[in-house]
Design a protein around this ligand. Sequence first.
Ligand code: B12
Ligand code: SF4
Length: 449
Amino acid sequence: MQSSVPELIAALCPEDAEIELYNEKEGDVPLDRHWDLVFFSYLHSFYEHTKVLSSLFRQRGMTTVAGGRHASQFQDDCLRYFDCVVGGEPEANVPQLVSDFQRGDLKRVYNLHSIGPAAIKPYRYDLIDYKTNFIRLPGIEASRGCPFTCNFCVLTGKEKYRFRPVKEVVAEIEHRMTWNQNLFGIFDGGFVFLDNNLGGSPKYLRELCESLVPLKKKWGCALTFNILENEELVRLMAKAGCRYIYTGLESLNPDSIQSMNKRQNRLGELRRVLQRTYSSGINLSFGLIVGSDGDTSEYLEKVPDYLAEIDCQSITYLGIVCPFPGTPFHHQLEKEGRLLPGTISRDYDGYTLCHRPSRLDVSEVVEHYKRLSRSLSSFTSIAQHYWSKLWSSDLPGYRTSILVSAREIFSVRNPCDNRERTFIGGRDPIEEWDARMMRELRLEPQWLS
Ligand code: B12
Ligand code: SF4
């Protein structure tokens, strides 16, 4: 999955604007070009890097804009490094921003929050270059927000669940989306829903799936465990072309689930629900996090055994629970003085321990994390996944989805490739190029504790 913010912002710019999109996951941003206006979208952990780019561009007379969750939360800090900051939703702010810029009257902050879900415009899919990422799929949003309130999630307390009219979503897929033709067309007609939780309203999801059946496309999405329990809805999703679902399991330990306020994960049902979903023709992919307050060494030691018991080998995301500023989890840690000293925004990447868990030492979390990264992404795990799941369904596209998931499972070990990493907030140095440029430009990191 890749962020779709560039195509989204492009769709909000005037039709005659010349637009170029760059995604640093796919290639470098050229530093010798000139653009009049540069929009940045970044995750918390790339703030230092984005500050460097913005400062270099501003030195050369370009105007820069920051937006997204970090920029919305830290507007004052961002205003030191960017000409303009957007809080809230782009649809409500970007058209006005561009028109003010054209008139030479750009404001420093644009902060309109409320738009109706129908205001989400079709993305500029025509600007996606599939040659820079051979396995990229086009993404679309049907909804925003989530009705649940997990304590670590950046959406909690901020975003109401809202969804677009089904007709508009279907028309965008049918008439606007462009398709990845690489690799002999194995991804042709495939797309992903980028929604945080496509199942936030089961009634809406049902309506959406019914309208997707005639399109005969293949798609993936992320949604919560309560939807997987709904047998009839899962079958309808498969009929509508769903071949891949990502669900944040987060933990197999009831105490940890409770500490995260993730009550929608009823763990008793796991094995049966998994089997049923695979036999419906949908490949499942799960996320686990370590370091939450319910975690103990005994539990973390046994994670591979627990997964074997439920016949689950497709963990595609293993992270360390991250206290993103503004979340209930962050407030609690701050109040209890449990944030580790010296953390900077770069540490808030989902793979770095930024706090002291209640039942584990800092070093224990890191040891368990490293051990699990290797064991859950081993060739044995992938072979077991193939062996136990490849023949669960004959639905067209199901086996391709299982086969390509090996790459995702294997990626769980990526953060450990850097052997210098301590995975402890405040201890790992900033990446070399960023650190050098920050010295030259005299930029300070953003200290978050
Ligand atoms: C694709 C994706 C990724 C991709 C690409 C990352 C990216 N740049 O978005 C990858 C795989 C790299 C990734 C990794 C991670 N991700 Co991720 N990811 C997503 C996902 C599924 C879709 C992102 C997307 O395109 N959304 C659609 C766009 C339109 O929405 P958006 O990005 O939220 O942006 C909105 C606003 O913030 C704003 N906006 C954003 N940028 C800008 C810029 C401008 C100029 C303006 C005006 C507005 C604006 O406009 C958008 C519409 O309202 C989201 C879930 C989601 N639905 O958003 C999670 C999400 C962004 N990821 C999240 C997390 C926690 C992670 C990880 C920590 C681990 C994990 N759980 O997967 C890592 C972080 C890695 C790191 N090094 O920091 C969180 C939040 C992260 C954060 N820092 O705020 C999200 C929201 C999921 C969640 N509910 O927890 N992720
Ligand atoms: S279910 Fe997912 S998106 Fe919804 S609040 Fe929890 S972590 Fe966030």
